[in-house]
Design a protein around this ligand. Structure first.
Ligand code: NI
Length: 393
């Protein structure tokens, strides 16, 4: 079966490169993936899948009906949106839209999803269950997955796979990760209310800026003294504002930031832990405070059995050095984690690094991929899906 999958992928490859270049040249921002969705729906219909459009606003679902013997449904999620970045690659198929670019490789994701759908639809003799392809919008604003789920995309799904391109892994390679892959990312806003006064008479005022500084410093120190160092936690205050004049003590100060964590217990306790520190400092200096803690996406926790399927599929498909077992997660965020609240799943990193040139990071205006990554993604996922249906999970 693997030889057949590899052969089909080789045959499809020129068409897939064409698709990817088309998508790259026509990027669309989060929630506005109208052309992309129509294009995806067209390709899916042409290979005989049952297609549903406008799932999660601009999302598309295609389902392979399976042979009927296996009732299980397994999903493959790929995201479709681009970023508000002006492309600076000078590729002949560079973005045709000013200020919009596929700088996160979602054009590759969409192409790989389509490639797997095209390939599996040509394997009628394989004993496959149903494969549901989720073409998700708005991943970059961490909204699309919840839109898709709300519209029933995960209904009756037993397991889900996903992947993301990764420029620091060479093309033709994959990075498999057991356990946590990405972090939980929450938004934090802290507003301090003090009392204004003359800059020369601090004892008659409550200095909101200085109190905010105490809070910021204490939060960073408290991470090192009160949080388990084996459970990563990053708190970044990215914005601070307060005060009106150099000689007037500020009566208010507002800070906003992002909080990244990996361990579910750390994540669960964050609002209480932050409020404890803020409340204590504000009480000491008689200030008032308000905290808005907004839960973002949770951490992607890969399921062991499904990760094993990905690893086995990769090991059988590729040479030893092409399969990396990743020892470290990232503190980036990924809304794939929301699907994992509905069913177990696993997401891997698809190497796209080009050899002999500088590889720019994701979200960079000069980000580029080695297009041989497409066939690697298509074979790995097609074979992993095939293997899933051979097992009794
Ligand atoms: Ni991305």
């Amino acid at each position: 079966m693997l030889a057949k999958i590899k052969h089909l992928a080789e045959t499809l490859n020129p068409r897939l490169i064409e698709i990817r270049r088309h998508l790259h040249a026509h990027p669309e921002l989060s929630g506005q993936e109208y052309q992309t969705a129509a294009y995806v729906a067209g390709v899916l219909s042409s290979c005989g899948l049952q297609v549903k459009e406008e799932v999660g606003k601009t999302g598309v679902i295609g389902q392979l009906p399976g042979t009927g013997k296996d009732p299980r449904i397994i999903a493959l999620r790929t995201d479709m949106d681009a970023l508000p970045i002006q492309e600076k690659t000078h590729l002949e198929y560079a973005s045709s839209k000013a200020g919009v670019m596929h700088a996160c490789g979602h054009d590759v994701h969409t192409t790989v999803g389509l490639g797997v759908a095209m390939l599996l639809s040509q394997l009628p003799e394989a004993e496959l269950g149903k494969v549901r392809f989720l073409f998700q919008p708005a991943e970059e604003i961490a909204q699309g997955a919840s839109w898709m789920i709300k519209d029933g995309a995960m209904q009756d799904v037993q397991a889900i796979f996903g992947m993301h391109v990764f420029p620091s892994i060479p093309a033709r390679s994959v990075g498999i990760r057991y356990g946590s892959l990405t972090a939980a990312a929450d938004d934090l806003e802290i507003c301090i209310q003090g009392e204004s006064g003359h800059g020369a008479r601090p004892h008659e005022a409550i200095d909101a800026i200085w109190i905010a500084a105490q809070i910021m410093t204490t939060l960073q120190q408290a991470i090192s003294r009160t949080q388990n160092p084996l459970r990563p936690l990053v708190l970044t205050i990215g914005q601070i504002s307060g005060g009106r004049a150099p000689n007037v003590i500020a009566d208010s100060c507002r800070m906003t930031g992002t909080v990244r964590s990996l361990h579910p217990e750390t994540h669960a306790n964050l609002p209480r832990w932050i409020e404890g520190i803020v409340a204590n400092i504000c009480q000491t200096y008689q200030a008032k405070y308000e905290i808005n803690y907004r839960r973002g996406v949770p951490s992607v926790q890969n399921d062991t059995n499904l990760t094993k399927i990905l690893e086995e599929a990769s090991r059988e498909s590729w040479d030893k050095e092409q399969v990396q077992i990743l020892t470290e997660p990232s503190l980036g965020a990924e809304d794939f984690s929301l699907y994992l609240e509905q069913a177990p799943g696993s997401m891997f990193r698809l190497g796209v690094g080009r050899s002999g040139v500088e590889n720019y990071p994701l979200h960079h205006p000069q980000f580029q991929v080695d297009e041989s990554c497409i066939i690697t993604g298509v074979v790995t996922l097609s074979y992993a899906l095939y293997k899933y249906f051979q097992q009794n999970l």
